[in-house]
Design a protein around this ligand. Structure first.
Ligand SMILES: [Zn+2]
Length: 534
């Protein structure tokens, strides 16, 4: 038996060091010169050829679900076919198809005593949070405190709210001296910030609609306004039928007061009592409401494009390295095409070139020993949806997936590096595996000599880039991931992100660095280790 003090020391040790692994990387069967030779197939000329096509107006900004994205997918599949890669996708092709839905309100209306109220001003309701259900007449609300059901405090205990519409406060009850009834301390519990949990409980209890009185309405309405205007795209598997939350409408405190009318006094009294005693009290509130929540749901298909190079080692080939980039972008507005040359035509092109280098290796009988999946995803600009879909429907088992190398925006130079374009931001390499970090550092030192900038790898980086590209969907599954990124620029997400502004020399160098890191990961004897505990 190990002493607990020792265990604790080990745990602290592994979490606290930036990189405890030092010294050389594992040796390979191939020589550095052979690797250099393979990397030399990654060239400015090839990159130009791909990117001038991918960032052409003809691709219409490659918006997921739109014809331009389909054309881009076809182009990518053709490249993989041209490299002689097997068609491992659906229908003997190269695609993993994803069904997306875009939800909008067809009609959202709330009437009080026959008078329509103002959506997004007095009340707010998001299509993505509600089930489509036409018009509901409501003659009675049940005031149910905070809608909390916890061991220490419950608004539901002893109450039957099945089929009812409830009215609750946002947040949670706080008693004398600022002690919260749920936590028993002066700190809030999870309930304060987790409306989703309240809506799940409500659904479980058979509640029809939850009206939430939201003192921060003005702040919180922003997301709903955004969604109502844009129409949010999401994966179809999170469908209406599987929705586990009750329908919800947020109210300004002013509107809530108006709705409660005479019963308002009782509600305020009940709330005061609850705050004091820590015991919930419900109040019946007669109302005359008509709520219409009719949705327009549009279904779209997006494609992930799969390029697979099978490993040469009879045992190691069951393990897979993923090299990913998103190829979708944000489409067009009228005649204005958002070409997305840097975002992320550059990463897509880089992955195509790395695939070619691996195919060259295979033809020469040099490996790779492990298998490599070149994963070009769509849906990134819609919220990392393509990679999220892959991570939840992996083509190869995730426990055999050794790492994800993600390339997103590598063709430009940001203001911070105007004097030295030979740099790259490296994000996430040390978060799960100090060995991954070491391998990338080593590859750069040996082959590419770029400035590796870790500014955005800081855990407190306000930009949160670590959470903002596709590698993150692998990292959350515990798979070591690294993200290569050149930073943003004035053309980021503008129609001016065009191919003429791309620095191909720089891209070639980054492509070679990514190749060497991938080459090491795919060929070393021992699979890289996950050693950083979070
Ligand atoms: Zn983008």
């Amino acid at each position: 038996m190990i002493r607990t003090t020792l265990l604790l020391a080990v745990a602290l040790f592994s979490g606290s060091l930036f990189s405890q692994m030092t010294g050389p990387v594992q040796s390979l069967k191939t020589t550095p010169d052979q690797a250099r030779e393979l990397a030399s197939t990654i060239t400015v000329e090839d990159m130009e050829r791909h990117l001038y096509i991918l960032a052409d107006d003809d691709m219409e900004g490659r918006e997921t679900g739109e014809p331009g994205q389909k054309r881009a997918a076809e182009y990518l599949a053709k490249q993989f076919a041209g490299l002689g890669l097997p068609a491992i996708g659906e229908n003997n092709g190269y695609y993993q198809r994803i069904l997306f839905t875009r939800q909008k309100w067809d009609n959202i209306e709330l009437k009080l005593n026959g008078e329509p109220l103002r959506h997004l001003w007095e009340y707010a309701s998001a299509p993505s949070q509600n089930t489509d259900r036409g018009t509901t007449r409501i003659t009675e609300l049940t005031f149910l405190g905070y809608g909390i059901d916890d061991e220490a405090y419950s608004d539901y205990e002893g109450k039957d709210v099945s089929g009812k519409h409830i009215l609750i406060f946002a947040g949670e009850p706080v008693g004398k001296k600022g002690i919260y009834h749920v936590s028993g301390k002066d700190t809030i519990s999870d309930w304060s910030n987790n409306n989703e949990r309240k809506l799940q409980i409500a659904k479980e209890k058979g509640v029809e609609t939850v009206f939430i009185i939201d003192p921060d309405f003005k702040t919180n309405v922003r997301n709903i306004r955004q969604e109502t205007l844009d129409g949010r795209m999401r994966m179809a598997e999170q469908s209406e039928a599987e929705r586990n939350t009750a329908n919800v409408v947020y109210l300004t405190p002013q509107l809530a007061r108006k709705m409660m009318g005479k019963a308002g006094k009782k509600v305020i009294k009940a709330r005061k009592k609850m705050e004091k005693s820590g015991r919930s009290k419900s109040v019946t509130v007669p109302v005359n409401l008509e709520l219409t929540q009719a949705k327009a749901v549009k279904e779209l298909i997006g494609e992930n494009v799969l390029g697979f190079v099978e490993g040469s080692d009879p045992v190691l080939k069951d393990e897979v390295l993923v090299v990913s980039a998103h190829y979708d972008h944000i489409g067009k507005r009228g005649d204005n095409v958002f070409n997305g040359a840097d975002d992320n035509g550059s990463g897509t092109t880089t992955v195509l070139e790395i695939a070619e280098a691996f195919v060259t290796a295979k033809k020469q009988g040099l490996g790779p020993r492990r298998s490599v999946l070149f994963l070009l995803v769509s849906g990134e600009e819609k919220g990392l949806l393509g990679s999220e879909y892959y991570a939840s429907h992996p083509v190869f088992p995730l426990d055999k997936t050794i790492a994800d190398i993600n390339v997103d925006m590598v063709g430009r130079v940001d203001d911070e590096h105007a004097d030295n374009p030979e740099y790259i931001y490296v994000i996430g390499s040390d978060r799960l595996s100090s060995e991954l970090h070491l391998i990338n550092e080593h590859a750069n030192k040996e082959y590419t000599q770029l400035e590796l900038d870790y500014t955005y790898n800081a855990e407190d980086d306000p930009n949160r880039y670590y959470y903002r590209s596709d590698h993150y969907n692998f990292a959350v599954k515990g798979i070591p991931s690294v993200f290569y990124f050149n930073g943003t620029h004035a053309d980021y997400h503008q129609a001016t992100d065009t191919v003429d502004k791309i620095n191909f020399e720089k891209m070639e160098k980054i492509g070679r660095l990514v190749f060497h890191t991938a080459w090491q990961l795919a060929n070393q004897d021992r699979r890289i280790e996950v050693d950083v505990k979070k």
